[in-house]
Design a protein around this ligand. Structure first.
Ligand code: CS2
Length: 497
């Protein structure tokens, strides 16, 4: 067995493995991060590692887990060190990251978690809590005041459970103690994500203390950012493969692709880390970048997840190698989505799309379709439904987008085409299951029940009669003929057109 990854081992790692080019323990914490999952470790913490190597400074990260102790327990024996494995068809490269100083588990000690976010040294609070972590109505962006965690946090503001509640408790402490306002930087896949988090925090504040709300509005910065790196869930095989190279066991390893992008709105209060030294782009307006990413990358991802799973595929690269599915994704991107991205130059859009096709085809990533299929109720609006609504308003055709939404509806029945059942991982799972039960096996009833969930679909799309009819037709085809036959027929039609 290999020894555990640890600072004492750094000098003994093979030469090809990059390690921190600074002494981690000599740098203080300047960032508190909520949501310490694999994505954060492969993305923001990786950028900060580079910033520390190039410019030093007290910009290490105190991670906060909102739920489980797993990551803390993995990292603690490793003094916060972990490895990022970059994988492609050409092979793997490894880099040990030193930017994570500590991990706190909010449910174990909420006061400590709030205290680190409120500490004067903490100038930046970043978040990756996934779409559902913001406790909002996906269609309107409003705080979901009926969310159990929000109900709890309103009753017990000093022991919050939700991300908006934790942020608000930290802001309240800063406000009361006259500590400078921080910058809160959202790193989740939501459109105008800075505004999205600002809105839920302010709506929560206004239910408690209007004066605190006014301070937040005036003082706290909420820049938006577009984050992009594909990070599949780590497997035991990933850890074993890394151990063979490192000669060390890293329980907190993350595996990812070589590509990475971070576009940040340059609207901070107070000092910020020099993220540009690590390749991040600091811009005035993130919106064109995030819209292109959400609609082209994430919209295609979700389409692959639902149609690909129905068609019997397991991984993204397998679904991409399915010629019908690959052709549908090509149509979705270039014909239906790209023309809606009017603020991005067409040449940039074209190269972005071809880069995406290559990234999706990466055979070394082993990215599970089921991982992407999770939380569809929180993802559909910004990935597919916005594009759909815009095109329908202009009376533009939407065949691939319609099939994608129908595939989600077929997927949430929880029954594969071979009859096997699987669970639906989604915060609205109970309501989805009730809708599926009430509807029974007909497409009209199923589409009707699901379209009536306004937090997902809003009011405009369900009222569009032509779209509704087309959606029912696609869902009926998926239910009766299955995904492969439906895809084959639709792609043949597209080729003829
Ligand atoms: C994926 C994203 O799981 C998902 O829903 O679409 O996590 C995707 O891999 C990232 O946004 C890529 O930047």
């Amino acid at each position: 067995v290999s020894p555990r990854l640890h600072p004492d081992l750094l000098g003994r790692l093979p030469a090809a493995v990059r390690r921190p080019e600074y002494v981690p323990a000599r740098h203080g914490v300047g960032i508190a991060h909520l949501g310490i999952g694999a994505f954060h470790r492969a993305h923001q913490a990786w950028y900060l590692d580079e910033v520390l190597a190039r410019a030093g400074g007290d910009w290490r990260i105190a991670g906060i887990s909102c739920r489980s102790a797993t990551v803390r327990d993995q990292l603690q024996p490793q003094a916060g060190l972990y490895t990022v494995a970059e994988r492609s068809a050409a092979g793997a490269s490894y880099r040990v990251i030193g930017s994570l100083a500590e991990v706190l588990v909010a449910p174990e000690d909420v006061a400590a978690a709030v205290a680190i976010m409120a500490a004067p040294v903490t100038r930046l609070i970043t978040l990756t809590v996934t779409e559902k972590g913001y406790c909002r109505d996906s269609a309107t962006g409003q705080l979901d005041a009926a969310h159990p965690d929000i109900i709890h946090d309103l009753a017990e503001p000093d022991a919050p459970r939700s991300a908006p509640g934790l942020l608000l408790a930290a802001l309240r402490a800063r406000w009361q103690q006259r500590i400078a306002a921080p910058t809160i930087l959202c790193c989740d896949n939501l459109p105008e994500n800075g505004r999205a988090v600002r809105r839920v925090v302010l709506e929560l504040a206004e239910r408690g203390d209007a004066a605190l709300g006014a301070w937040i509005e005036a003082e706290v910065a909420f820049p938006s950012s577009m984050v992009d790196r594909i990070v599949p869930a780590t497997t035991a095989a990933d850890i074993a493969a890394a151990a063979a190279v490192l000669g060390a066991h890293d329980a907190a390893l993350v595996a990812t692709e070589p590509f990475s992008q971070w576009v940040v709105e340059d609207a901070f209060v107070g000092p910020r880390p020099a993220l540009e030294l690590a390749g991040a782009q600091l811009v005035r307006d993130v919106r064109p970048f995030e819209l292109a990413k959400l609609r082209l990358l994430n919209g295609s991802h979700s389409t692959l997840a639902y149609l690909g799973s129905l068609a019997g595929h397991t991984f993204v690269h397998q679904a991409m190698a399915d010629t019908d599915l690959g052709a549908l994704i090509g149509q979705l991107m270039s014909v239906e989505v790209a023309p809606t991205l009017r603020d991005t130059p067409p040449a940039e859009l074209a190269s972005y799309q071809s880069a995406l096709l290559a990234r999706f085809a990466n055979p070394a990533l082993q990215h599970r379709l089921r991982q992407i299929a999770m939380d569809g109720s929180q993802k559909l609006p910004q990935r597919l439904l916005g594009t759909l609504t815009e095109r329908l308003r202009r009376a533009e055709p939407v065949p691939a987008l319609t099939l994608a939404v129908a595939a989600w509806m077929r997927y949430v029945t929880g029954r594969a085409e071979d009859g096997q059942s699987y669970s639906i991982d989604d915060p609205l799972a109970a309501r989805l299951a009730a809708a599926v039960n009430r509807a029974g096996p007909t497409a009209t009833a199923l589409a009707g029940e699901l379209l009536a969930i306004t937090e997902i679909f809003g009011a405009e799309l369900p009222a569009h009669t032509t779209f509704r009819a087309a959606l029912v037709r696609e869902l009926d085809a998926l239910l009766r003929q299955g995904a492969r036959a439906t895809l084959r027929a639709r792609v043949a039609n597209l080729r003829r057109a």
